[in-house]
Design a protein around this ligand. Structure first.
Ligand code: ZN
Length: 410
């Protein structure tokens, strides 16, 4: 096993991006690899003591595959993909894309690694869980170990209307690996508005589902103008198929359980469809909502080949989720946790530690560059540098807000 590069409570990371946008760029794949924005160092000392791994060696088997070839490999190197959610599906997809040689990845996740993740979240190890390392950062460190040529921007953040434009603008393609429909509808609004392709993926139990969304391309700067020249026919969007997010209880991995094989099926299909798009072969992409139950062997497909003309999102271009105020208080899917984000301002962890330390009922107070954590009674507080907090030990939003105001600030 590789030695963990930096225990988070002893040796802070230096290159983390927290809510910092990369420079905006065209939504079309660039002709050259955007290596100038590299912020991620490879593991220390490796370049000196080991020979360089040549791309012709690393990607030789993939280049042999006729669907990719040398030209496709070059296109992958110049591509930028954003992955929303670095849990089970996102970790698998990030690993597959990085190994395939996609040049730049933006990884966005709001949570940290826990022991129950290790069964299926293939980029993480026991040290990550022991250290509660934020998933986006843990993924970035792992990718650097097996493909240090990939530029990885890790963002420890919740994707909300206020930050979606700056976080996703540089990406040519967005991959959904979230666990909630609120984020998916936000993503659908944004991608339809911006004519940016995205791929839905979900896994629960032994079941995997995925769908490619190829929005109509619009002329630059004319949001409601005539469609621009496009190299694919547009598909239905998420709202064409499901006009509203599901209401009532939705099964989650905490209520229905999950097989890691279902996750990897969803991630494999999603990644393969991504490779087709990134190598300029959108005509090969599946135009259905596919669902596959690996346990019952049932497989269904619903056509998504044509947008619904009366769809409020891609037809009427009403982007209600994008216009929303975000979601400062939410309960996290099955985690017995509430997320509070009342104040979008940087937190000085050292000052916070000094303020909290005198409280007799606060225990295990510790911090690093990535998070500050303490326990108080049955609740564990995890505070991130942007002021966002996860309070474990309750699903009561009122109680969590009260605890936040009392110990973190109002
Ligand atoms: Zn639609």
């Amino acid at each position: 096993m590789s030695k963990h590069p930096a225990p988070p409570f002893e040796e802070p990371a230096k290159s983390i991006h927290i809510g910092t946008p990369a420079a905006a760029q065209s939504s079309k794949p660039p002709k050259t690899t955007p290596k100038t924005v590299t912020t991620i160092p490879s593991t220390p000392n490796r370049a000196i003591s080991h020979p360089v791994i040549l791309d012709t060696d690393r990607y030789s088997r993939q280049i042999l595959f006729p669907g990719i070839g040398a030209t496709g490999q070059q296109l992958l190197a110049s591509a930028h993909v954003a992955i929303i959610g670095i849990g089970a599906t996102g970790a698998a997809t990030a690993s597959l894309l990085a190994r395939a040689g996609v040049g730049t990845l933006t990884l966005i996740d709001r949570d940290f690694v826990e022991p129950s993740n290790l069964q299926r979240q293939i980029l993480f190890d026991e040290a990550d869980a022991r250290d509660s390392l934020p998933k986006a950062e843990a993924a970035r460190r792992k990718i650097a170990l097996f493909n240090s040529d990939v530029t990885v921007h890790s963002h420890i953040a919740d994707l909300v209307p206020a930050n979606i434009h700056e976080l996703l603008a540089p990406a040519h393609l967005v991959l959904d690996a979230t666990d909630n429909f609120e984020t998916r509808y936000l993503l659908n609004d944004y991608c339809v508005q911006q004519s940016k392709p995205w791929i839905y993926a979900a896994a629960i139990g032994a079941y995997a589902a995925t769908m490619n969304i190829l929005p109509r391309r619009m002329q630059a700067g004319t949001e409601n103008g005539e469609p621009a020249t496009e190299n694919y026919a547009p598909t239905a969007c998420l709202a064409c198929i499901f006009p509203k997010p599901p209401t009532g209880p939705v099964e989650t991995c905490d209520t229905a359980g999950i097989l890691s094989t279902a996750v990897n099926l969803a991630a494999s299909i999603q990644t393969t469809e991504a490779l087709k798009l990134l190598t300029n072969q959108p005509h090969l992409m599946r135009r259905t909502l596919l669902s596959h139950d690996l346990w019952s062997n049932e497989r269904t497909e619903i056509s998504t080949a044509r947008p619904n003309p009366s769809c409020t999102v891609c037809g009427q271009r009403l982007f209600t989720h994008l216009a929303g105020e975000g979601r400062p208080h939410i309960t996290l899917c099955g985690r017995n946790s509430v997320q509070i984000h009342e104040h979008h301002r940087p937190v000085d962890f050292a000052a916070m530690r000094n303020r909290l330390a005198p409280h007799a009922d606060i225990h295990n107070l510790r911090f690093n560059d990535l998070l500050l954590r303490f326990q108080r009674g049955p609740h564990t507080f995890t505070l991130f540098p942007d002021g966002r907090a996860l309070i474990q030990g309750t699903t009561d939003i009122t109680l969590a807000r009260s605890l936040y105001a009392r110990f973190i600030g109002s």
